[in-house]
Design a protein around this ligand. Structure first.
Ligand code: GDP
Length: 363
């Protein structure tokens, strides 16, 4: 699962991407991640990892990570091949969700490609390109589906109807995600169409250093826009975050306090992006390591075990689990077990966010 970062030139994408990836993640812990220059592996800070460590002394702590792709090159006219045009579009088709960076900072020293700071116009500029690209996709898919539907293919017929609805929405200048589809069958069909504007979006409002909480008109407008689509906005000052990441922990803490933040805004952002991708964490906790593992919301216990190793999924017998809150209450795994609070879950168990697990399996 990965999210792609988009935005007009000069809105702060590179500043943000560099700040996000500067932490440097030990890649041997994350063999499943793609390592390419435009792909960033970003830790997802989780206070529960700190809590677990208070009770289980361990040698190593490994956080969950988020995979982000920097998708450069979108400009007005991209759907017609301007800028990086089609290359950019093929990258964005592959991601699971979109992070849209919008400029809400003033700064006359930084040129705006459209001449003024107007986040809504910028969102519309990018959305227009993405909707035009989707219209092209829908048109060619319609021709193909119509052919198959004529020869009696029922799935093609359903697809053709859906394509017609998408066409109508896009022609009205609305993204496909605005159709707010709840039927899982239809949602699956939509995913199969590979439409860019069907993907969920998180807006990152790149704000001024003196407006870190994201008050004021510009961010309010972005929030209203996001709300229409059921999306979220995270205010971040990319320049400040880039400075913060350069500092050692003590200085960082001091700087955070001086600007009135309790933690870097990028932490909030990483958690929001994780949620946007429909992901959650469970933990394994022992003397060797305490680790957060990433699973899709709704994953079953065997699927969760499979994230550690495919053999664990195949040979899954059962899982012993407790919550971080149990650990806070009883202070050790043994005490949790003695109190009868250790749950034993079988194959059908749907994992809850923050479960601490031991898997038992056959090899
Ligand atoms: P990109 O083209 O979207 O990747 O934008 P860059 O990250 O290269 O940023 C463009 C310019 O805006 C650079 O000069 C950055 O230093 C500046 N910039 C980025 N973020 C901020 C910010 O939060 N505040 C201010 N004042 N300038 C920023």
């Amino acid at each position: 699962m990965e999210a792609g970062i988009v935005g007009l030139p000069n809105v702060g994408k590179s500043t943000l991407f560099n700040a996000l990836t500067a932490a440097g993640i030990a890649s041997e812990n994350y063999p499943f991640c793609t390592i390419e220059p435009n792909v960033g592996i970003v830790p997802v800070p989780d206070p529960r990892l700190e809590t677990i460590q208070q009770y289980i002394k361990t040698q190593k702590v490994i956080p969950a990570v988020l995979q982000l792709v920097d998708i450069a090159g979108i400009v007005r006219g991209a759907s017609e091949g301007e800028g990086l045009g089609n290359k950019f579009l093929s990258h964005i088709r592959e991601v699971d969700a979109i992070v849209h960076v919008v400029r809400c900072f003033a700064d006359n020293d930084v040129i705006h490609v459209e001449g003024s700071v107007d986040p809504i116009r910028d969102i519309e500029t990018i959305d227009t390109e993405l909707m035009l690209a989707d219209l092209q996709t829908v048109e060619s898919a319609k021709d193909r589906a119509a052919k198959s539907a004529r020869s009696g293919d029922k799935e093609a017929k359903a697809r053709l109807e859906l394509l017609a609805q998408c066409y109508e929405v896009l022609s009205e200048g609305k993204p496909v995600r605005s159709m707010s589809i709840t039927d899982p069958e239809v949602a699956k069909r939509i995913r199969g169409l590979g439409l860019i504007t069907a993907k969920k979006v998180l807006y990152l409002a790149n704000v001024d250093e003196d407006n870190l909480s994201g008050e004021g008109d510009l961010v309010a407008k972005v929030k209203a826009r996001a709300a229409e689509e059921g999306g979220e906005v995270v205010p971040v000052c990319a320049r400040l975050e880039a400075e913060l990441i350069e500092l050692d922990p003590a200085d960082r803490q001091e700087m955070l306090e001086s600007v009135g933040l309790t933690e870097p805004a990028l932490h909030t952002f990483a958690r929001a992006a994780y949620k946007l991708l429909g992901l959650q964490s469970y933990f394994t906790a022992g003397e060797k390591e305490v680790r957060a593992w990433t699973i899709p919301i709704g994953a079953t216990a065997p699927q969760a075990a499979g994230v550690i190793h495919s053999d664990f999924e195949r040979g899954f017998i059962r899982c012993e689990t407790y919550s971080v809150a149990d650990l806070e209450q009883y202070h050790s795994e043994k005490a949790i077990r003695d109190a009868g609070k250790l749950r034993v879950e079988g194959k059908a168990y749907v994992m809850q966010d923050g479960d601490v697990c031991h898997f038992l399996f056959n090899v």
